[in-house]
Design a protein around this ligand. Structure first.
Ligand code: ADP
Length: 179
């Protein structure tokens, strides 16, 4: 297995509990909160998070913006907006890859060492899990192939099904790079 793979760890559970440097929020374009992981992050961070988000002017799909974490154990939240899956022909793979890349670049700019991602777009936005986990793993490995401050990335699965998809994507990537 590649060295970079050792820096990627799949965790099952609630991302809001993690004491990493930044957790990623699968937000919507308004950045004003929503359901799923977005709602959970806002509830755990407290109203100060929404107040900061109001000043950000929203966020384009595929882009990322950072805020403080307030009452979360993680000092930073990196908000990104994944694409809504509409069959894959409307740029969804490029936009989802951009989410991972932009979050990782922001984390590097902030000098962070540990970051945790939820399965961006894989809830209400309907992105097929296997396709999304391949994109996540590919972008993490590409990031680790360059200079970075990041030492560890957690792929956080809120269900065993998501954890399994990540593990499969990691094994397949390792197999490809070995062969
Ligand atoms: P999107 O709108 O981008 O699809 P969702 O929040 O609906 O975002 O879902 C993204 C993923 O986050 C899903 O796999 C969902 O199960 C997961 N999720 C929901 N709550 C949490 C949480 N507290 N911690 C980690 N993952 C979560």
């Amino acid at each position: 297995m590649q060295t970079a793979n050792r820096r990627i760890e799949v965790l099952e559970g609630d991302i809001t509990k993690l004491a990493v440097d930044a957790i990623v929020n699968a937000a919507n374009n308004s950045l004003l909160g929503g359901g799923g992981v977005d709602g959970a992050i806002h509830r755990a961070a407290g109203p100060e998070l929404l107040a900061e988000c109001r000043n950000l002017g929203g966020c384009a799909t595929g882009a990322a913006k950072a805020t403080r974490g307030y009452r979360l154990p993680a000092p930073w939240v990196i908000h990104t907006v994944g694409p809504v899956w509409t069959g894959g022909a409307r740029g969804e793979p490029v936009l989802l890859a951009s989410c991972y890349r932009e979050c990782l670049l922001l984390a590097r700019e902030l000098g962070l060492r540990r970051i945790a991602f939820p399965a961006i777009s894989c809830g209400v936005y309907g992105y097929p899990l296997e396709l999304a986990s391949n994109i996540a793993v590919r972008e993490l490995l590409a990031h680790f192939a360059g200079e970075t401050t990041l030492e560890q990335v957690n792929l956080v699965a809120f269900s065993p099904e998501v954890a399994q998809a990540y593990r499969r994507a990691l094994v397949e990537t390792a197999d490809q790079s070995a062969g």
